[in-house]
Ligand binder design. Structure first.
Ligand code: LCS
Length: 402
């Protein structure tokens, strides 16, 4: 019987009966696996016998995590990688060849943008980054060589949303694979496969791990796609996950629902407070009824998540000055950790994107991204409010800055 996600995050992919009753899963820190004889080795390499061969091709602890994430996303199989970017690159390079085309949401994480540039320059795998709002406009950008539609939703760091159902309907018409980077939402808040998308990617470094102590990536899809990726770009490029990191993620996942509930509650509170502050020009939070994409959030997300981006009145220097006066909140990239993290996308996560593309994505120099942590929401706001007061009292007046 299908169980609820709060149960699956704890139990799926692991059975203590098969591990001496150990409640917590064992870590198998082994590079290779001993064959009882040469014939077994031959059969395993030929795929005629189940069993492990070498940890780049599969490891028992990593497999537990792969099974768990597949259940959570509602896919047939999962695949683990050494980073979110290892996952993104294995998927995009796996699905395309020279002269193919990738249609991508206008905003994506900076290194995904960098990867697309590299694929263009080195391998002539083309891409277009377009706003994924108008179906007709999207279809105009689909060509006979378009193999993949790649989207983030919410988009890092603007928080713009893409309608998953609309995209998968267009893709089905043209027989194109839809890949969704679900890092910001996690399967607790959004399950793209339920909306007809084909492949889900996570930077598990973020909410899935949840404790800022691991860099990792995950992919979920149907068995055929995962077997293909496992035997091509994962095996041969080799960006695999270590058994210890898989163990950390199995542990982190157990508390995903309760952590996400708190992240979302805290973010909703911070959104309200930021909106009311005179030094804040604009706030982007999918849970806000005034947010442009609120209706999409209502349709496809169970809750709006823990990320907020906002623009303070002023320029780059002002944004940096504001960030510098944090005391509790940490100045750091990454997101989804217990600690509230603040960063300046234009000079940090999206610096690599370049000024012109940043402008198209809507990333301005006065934009700040905050990953709202698990601390008491009043303490998080007190830190932000104190910094905003300092900032507004330091010679900058509202009229000078607008
Ligand atoms: N996809 C998204 C949406 C991301 O935000 C990131 C990293 C990645 C993929 C890549 O994952 P990684 O290889 O780092 O595990 N995002 C970061 C960010 O916003 N701040 O620091 C890293």
């Amino acid at each position: 019987m299908k169980k609820r996600i709060e149960t699956e995050v704890i139990h799926s992919g692991y059975s203590s009966d098969q591990h001496h009753g150990a409640l917590a899963p064992p870590i198998y820190p082994t590079s290779t696996f001993v064959f009882p004889n040469a014939e077994t080795g031959e059969q395993r390499f030929a795929g005629e016998q189940e069993g492990y061969i070498y940890s780049r091709l599969g490891n028992p602890t990593v497999k537990m995590l792969e099974e768990r994430i597949a259940v959570l996303e509602g896919g047939e199989k999962g695949l683990a990688f050494g980073s979110g970017m290892a996952a993104v690159s294995a998927v995009l390079l796996g699905l395309t060849k020279t002269e193919d085309h990738i249609l991508c949401s206008q905003g994506v994480y900076g290194c995904t943008f960098g990867l697309l540039q590299m694929m263009e320059e080195k391998y002539r795998i083309h891409h277009d980054l377009i706003p994924m709002t108008d179906p007709e406009y999207i279809e105009e950008h689909i060509h006979p060589n378009t193999k993949v539609i790649f989207i983030e939703t919410p988009i890092n760091p603007t928080m713009a949303l893409v309608d998953l159902e609309m995209i998968s309907q267009i893709a089905a018409k043209h027989k194109i694979t839809v890949v969704v980077d679900n890092t910001f939402s996690t399967p607790y808040l959004q399950r793209p496969l339920e909306h007809g998308c084909h492949i889900v990617i996570h930077s598990a470094t973020k909410y899935i791990g949840g404790h800022g102590d691991v860099v990792a990536g995950l992919v979920v899809s149907d068995a055929e796609t995962i077997n293909f990726l496992a035997s091509t770009t994962q095996k041969d490029i080799g960006g695999i996950m270590s058994p210890f990191d898989a163990w950390l993620l199995l542990r982190g996942l157990k508390t995903l629902p309760i952590r996400m509930d708190r992240h979302c509650d805290n973010a909703a509170y911070i959104n309200e407070k930021l909106k009311q502050h005179p030094m804040v020009e604009e706030v982007a939070y999918p849970g806000d009824p005034q947010f442009r994409d609120y209706m999409i959030a209502e349709k496809q997300m169970d809750q709006p998540g823990g990320l907020i981006s906002f623009k303070i009145k002023g320029d780059k220097k002002d944004a940096q000055r504001f960030i510098n006066s944090m005391k509790l909140i940490k100045i750091a990239v990454s997101l989804g950790d217990a600690e509230t993290l603040i960063q300046h996308p234009a000079t940090m996560t999206h610096a690599v994107v370049g000024e012109e593309s940043r402008a198209k994505m809507g990333i301005t120099d006065n934009m700040i991204r905050i990953s709202v942590g698990l601390e008491a929401k009043e303490d998080i706001w007190a830190d932000l409010e104190r910094a905003l007061e300092l900032y507004s009292n330091s010679g900058m007046t509202e009229t000078e800055t607008v």
